[in-house]
Design a protein around this ligand. Structure first.
Ligand SMILES: [Zn+2]
Length: 510
């Protein structure tokens, strides 16, 4: 019995001491991290210059400070702040400010900010808290340090960013800056995104194909890729790599072809070749636009061709995402000799911009009134011609555009015509261009029946003619087709036709 009693006493004592350790370690979680990675958790009892003594669940240890990499203390300033925060009168901005000041002295930056902001919630004009947060007064209003600087420099805020007023005006017009700080026109910015998206897509596809081959699977063909490649002869593009310059562009000669005045510093034989080519296009344009041709003598249209892309970029201030452009002011096409992007080159650029130049000739002041899907759709139509150095052959199917459309049809992601005809020039993506081309191509060649083709051609030319009188509205397009419902029906026919259109379709044979 005696023995048993003693044992029980011991047990109770043991329980108490264990309990006290648990309590003390739970509330005091100091951690010592040693250089060898070991950790001791408990309560620091003593500390001097050379040693630290800590009481842990396993006992009391004294460590040399030279063995310690760091000490994480509980009951730290953070805990002290929590206590003070609980106690402070949250409706008293002065008290909150004082607590913020205390946080600053303890180097508790986030907590200080919280206090000052709480003070401002009670009194938005609490000057000391404002100043502590870095606000400054600008014309009687509290503004952040950053805003103050911007305002003092005459900057304005646009879409959450400070900028010069001139920059805001550019951005409002849809201009964007690229990585080098160069301005991109809306269509260039669009093209940049498009190219980047295509590059990502190519990379993803290549990775997928590699993986499929590794695993011995068959490489899946994308929908819309059937029927490729076309049997169309490939035009010679090697001359675009010859950027020999005959001298500075400023003093470059102007050569005259039948319909154009071409100023260029490319080799003379290339300049001649461009003249011949553009005359061919001109004859084609004139055929398509026959009913609109103005009476009388038409002056020769100006074209600038720089000998290289670099020269073009520095002279025009354009980015690498511009192959060329048409300026309505001087009615001039500006381009460079060379390749552009994936499939582009001087010919495609001249054909595209030359179409706009010609559209301007036939529409005159009404050029800006024409529906954008016709303006751009036609440009793409001419862009996808074939030139063998002698003749320009139009009406060929641009494989990449048709592939886009076929994929869209397969995935149910074609742009509804209702939206297409309401899309602004700024919002016109490469995908819209493909639709514009497809729509025009269908109107010109979609039917085997000559009468239908004639009717479609008239609808198309009526819309253009209207542009000479006034701005063509989306509803005008619908009306030309006989109303919304008929336009929808037309869209359904078009979709079916897109799915079945072969890549090597040749309207001249039908
Ligand atoms: Zn265009």
């Amino acid at each position: 019995m005696k023995i048993r009693r003693k044992a029980r006493l011991l047990t109770i004592f043991g329980l108490i001491s264990l309990f006290s350790i648990l309590v003390s370690t739970a509330s005091a979680n100091d951690v010592i991290v040693k250089h060898d990675g070991g950790r001791l958790r408990g309560k620091i009892l003593k500390e001097n210059k050379r040693t630290v003594t800590i009481k842990t669940l396993g006992g009391v240890y004294t460590l040399n400070k030279s063995d310690i990499s760091k000490i994480l203390r509980s009951g730290s300033k953070g805990d002290e702040f929590k206590r003070k925060w609980k106690a402070v009168d949250k409706y008293d901005p002065d008290a909150l400010y004082r607590l913020g000041k205390w946080c600053d002295t303890q180097n508790l930056k986030d907590d200080a900010k919280r206090c000052y902001e709480a003070a401002l919630k009670q009194d938005s004009y609490h000057r000391k808290s404002r100043e502590a947060l870095g606000y400054r007064k600008w014309r009687g209003k509290w503004v952040t340090e950053e805003d103050y600087k911007a305002l003092a420099e005459g900057k304005v805020k646009y879409k959450g960013k400070w900028m010069a007023p001139e920059e805001r005006d550019m951005r409002k017009q849809g201009y964007e800056k690229d990585e080098d700080g160069k301005w991109l026109r809306p269509e260039d910015a669009m093209r940049k995104r498009e190219w980047e998206r295509m590059a990502r897509e190519r990379k993803r596809q290549e990775e997928e194909d590699r993986k499929a081959r590794r695993e011995g699977r068959k490489v899946k063909k994308k929908p819309g890729a059937e029927g490729q490649p076309r049997k169309r002869p490939q035009a010679d593009t090697s001359w675009y790599d010859d950027n020999t310059s005959t001298g500075s562009f400023g003093t470059a000669p102007e050569i005259e072809s039948k319909f154009y005045k071409i100023k260029t510093n490319v080799k003379k034989e290339y300049a001649k070749r461009y003249g011949t080519m553009m005359d061919q296009y001109y004859v084609r344009f004139a055929k398509v636009f026959k009913p609109f041709m103005p009476k009388g003598q038409i002056p020769k249209s100006p074209i600038y061709i720089y000998s290289s892309q670099r020269e073009f970029m520095s002279a025009s201030g354009m980015s690498q995402y511009t192959g060329g452009f048409y300026s309505t002011g001087n009615r001039r096409v500006t381009a460079y000799h060379g390749k552009f992007g994936q499939n582009g080159n001087t010919r495609t650029v001249l054909a595209h911009e030359g179409t706009h130049q010609f559209q301007h000739i036939v529409l005159g002041g009404g050029f800006g009134n024409a529906p954008i899907w016709i303006i751009e759709g036609l440009a793409v139509f001419f862009e996808s011609a074939y030139y063998n150095g002698k003749k320009v052959e139009i009406a060929l199917v641009p494989a990449d555009r048709l592939s886009n459309l076929k994929r869209g049809a397969a995935g149910g992601t074609l742009i509804p015509f209702h939206d297409l005809i309401r899309t602004s020039q700024q919002q016109f993506t490469a995908y819209h261009y493909a639709h514009g081309w497809g729509l025009i191509y269908y109107m010109l060649y979609g039917s085997k029946d000559k009468k239908t083709r004639k009717k479609r051609l008239k609808q198309f030319t009526d819309l253009l003619f209207l542009a000479k009188k006034r701005k063509v509205q989306p509803e005008d397009t619908e009306n030309v087709f006989g109303g919304k419902d008929k336009f929808l029906k037309f869209e359904e026919e078009w979709k079916k036709w897109v799915v079945n259109l072969p890549y090597d379709f040749d309207p001249r044979g039908s």
